[in-house]
Design a protein around this ligand. Sequence first.
Ligand SMILES: [Zn+2]
Length: 622
Amino acid sequence: MEILKIVKSRLPKGVVEKIELEGCEIIVYTKDKDFFRSHEETIRSLVAEIKKRIEVRADISICLDQEATKKIIQEIVPKEAKIHEIYFEPERSIVVIGAEKPGLVIGKGGTTFREIKKKTFWAPRIERVPPIRSKIVDGVRKMIHREVKFRKKFLKKIGESIFTKRETKRNWIRITALGGFREVGRSCALIETPKSRILVDCGVNVGASNTNAFPYLNVKEFDINELDAIVISHTHLDHAGFVPFLYKYGFEGPTYVTPPTRDVFTLLCLDYIDVLQRNGVEPPYDAKDVKNAVKHMITLEYGEVSDIAPDVRLTFQNAGHLLGSALIHLHIGEGLHNIVWACDMKYGKSSLFDPAFTNFQRVETLILESTYGSPNDVMPPRREAEKQLVDIINETMKRGGQVLIPSFGVGRGQDVMVILAKHNFEFPVFIDGMIWDATGIHTAYPEYMSREIQRDIFNDNNPFTKDIFKRVASQADREKVFDEKPCVIISTSGSLVGGPAIEYLKNMCEDEKNTLIFVGYQFEGTLGRRIQRGWREIPLHNKEGKSISLPIRMEVKTVEGLSGHSDYKQLINFVKRLKPKLGRIIVAHGEEKKCKIMKSILHKIFRIETVAPKNLETVRIV
Ligand SMILES: [Zn+2]
């Protein structure tokens, strides 16, 4: 590879033992101890010049033996860091240190980290051991570690593909809408550049029948063998739920995600398979395909710039929508064009996240969601919504009742937990099922939440580990909760279409002291939507299979304003912030009506080109 020869020629003679690619990163292995200890300055200036990432690692032959290395690490790192485990990847000369306080393993200005390197010659990687252990986080990390040989080969192949000199006669860029345009669900777009093909998001429409549940991948434009990479904005199933299917059908390239997205993806895809099977529907893929997708994932943090194809550079930035959710910035060619994918995003502060990032240096084309794209879609201010929620809950506590908050596994449940913690709530809050697992994943990635939550966590005031929160893990636990009064229960599913929430509801519905609170969107056709609209009966089957119904005498309330999507005003404000750089807006991710309204309003306000393509339409942007 040309690029490897260039790097090698720029380093001192004889120091390079081996040089290879790990994705877009150039890894230099050396046997020269002095060079390993003192390479920082040389590498920094070389990186600044060639604009590629370079890491120097020691050749395994000079790394200290593993037992001695463990001892040195335990000596150097302060006890308060609480190291749980230390393990090795000799194939890459890497030592992984799992600790409760990663900051203390790194040390002020990276001093501890550097000392470990210089004394052991291993390259440290630090993993946070979360205060709420999650089987998913542990499982994914262990799997990636077990697959180190596969990963090394895979990353080398990806690197070679990124740095290859690809000839091209194309001088255009275009975006083809494959799903989630003039609709919500199955988001997917193909971006073709002069030298590359990138798929952005690849979701399923969970509410739809099989014929329109999945993106249009059977079109001529889409050839799985010509795809360079998949990039996923966030892990809601309507954005990421179809990714395992591509691996089932032979895709061998990378999927780029943020680290929390990788973990939540695993949780939600496995749950999706489970829910379909329980409803007697054949899932489009199985657990093996999910694992295979995760094996091919490359994680990037917010703000980390990475080459992902011969003429495409990717950066993720905070989208304020969900744990690990990202705005996708694609820089194409050397300064040719910049695209930002903003589906989904929240340009407003929530209890979990800061508002979506807007400080892009350049954006010529924006792809914008329009879930709340009509001028009537204005939400009450966040503070009012939170206060209303807390007031309703306190009212119920005062009369000795129970509150049920149906919630999706990831997002709203954790949001409510943080609101209650912030208001110094004192009654027990039971967290059922998947919501607890997802909470564990949140505690593994505080860097991906708001600055306020990070500050609380670093000051040992973690909202998620307050002792008001109690895990419900079994049927026996659940039955105990039935008699616990007063209390709050947060449980799946979010729109009462199954999950333990139904069992709680049956148990609680006839008592006027209790309250059911909807905090998330209730999809058409669900029991949640019916109850919200005024139904006061719960349809059931008794033991003999006969249909009966239970009356709802509990109070039913809806709290608006906790959504993870921007409302109308926030969408306009977001565009206003980007406006000086914008040339075109492509409106997506909204009901047909909303997409059309948004498109014409944006054009009227900002006087730039706006389009709202239908699925299967292509927009040429250069
Ligand atoms: Zn979403």
